[in-house]
Design a binder for this molecule. Structure first.
Ligand code: ZN
Length: 158
C-alpha cells in the first residue's frame, strides 16, 4: 500500500489550475489507433498514467492521456498533453528536461517555455511528490524512445 505523503500547499491561482486539469483532464479520450502506448506507475503514491501517441512527419500528431492517482500526477499529464501536441521528439525532450530540472530546484525559476506548468514549481519543495509531477513526462519520453526503436508499447516505474 502507498504511504500517505505530505500535501503541498499551492498559491491559490496554481491550486485552481491544478484542480481544473485534475477534474477536467484534456485529451482524455484514449486514441483508438495509437502508434505507441506508454504506461507509467509511481509506487510511492500509487499514481498510474497511460499516454497514447500518434506520429506524423517526426512530430506528435496526437496524444491522449488518462490514468488515476493524485491531483498532481493527473494534472501534470493533462497540462503536458496541451503543450506537446505538434512538437517533435527533440522539442519534447527539451521541455521534459526543463520540467525535470524545475522540479529539482525548489528555489529556481520557472522557464517561460513551460507555460502553465509553472504551477508545479511549488511541488519541488516536497521531494516525496516530485515523482507524481514527473511521472507523465518520463512516461512520454519512454514512448518517444520506443517509437524511435520501432516498438509499440512500454511501461516504466518512476
Ligand atoms: Zn501522486
Amino acid at each position: 500500500m502507498p504511504q500517505p505523503v505530505p500535501e503541498p500547499e499551492f498559491d491559490e491561482l496554481y491550486r485552481e489550475l491544478i484542480l481544473d486539469h485534475y477534474r477536467s483532464p484534456r485529451h482524455h479520450e484514449p486514441l483508438s489507433e495509437p502508434d505507441v502506448v506508454a504506461e507509467g506507475y509511481n509506487p510511492l503514491c500509487g499514481d498510474e498514467v497511460e499516454i497514447r501517441l500518434t506520429f506524423s512527419n517526426g512530430a506528435v500528431r496526437d496524444l491522449s492521456f488518462h490514468g488515476r492517482g493524485c491531483s498532481i500526477s493527473q494534472a501534470s499529464g493533462s497540462m503536458l498533453s496541451d503543450l506537446v501536441i505538434g512538437k517533435n521528439a527533440d522539442e519534447i525532450r527539451t521541455l521534459s528536461g526543463l520540467f525535470t530540472t524545475m522540479m529539482r530546484e525548489p528555489e529556481g525559476e520557472s522557464p517561460e517555455e513551460l507555460g502553465d506548468l509553472e504551477a508545479f514549481q511549488g511541488v519541488a519543495k516536497f521531494p516525496a511528490r516530485v515523482k507524481c509531477a514527473t511521472l507523465a513526462w518520463h512516461t512520454l519520453e519512454d514512448g518517444l524512445t520506443q517509437h524511435e526503436q520501432g516498438g509499440h508499447a512500454v511501461r516504466r516505474e518512476e
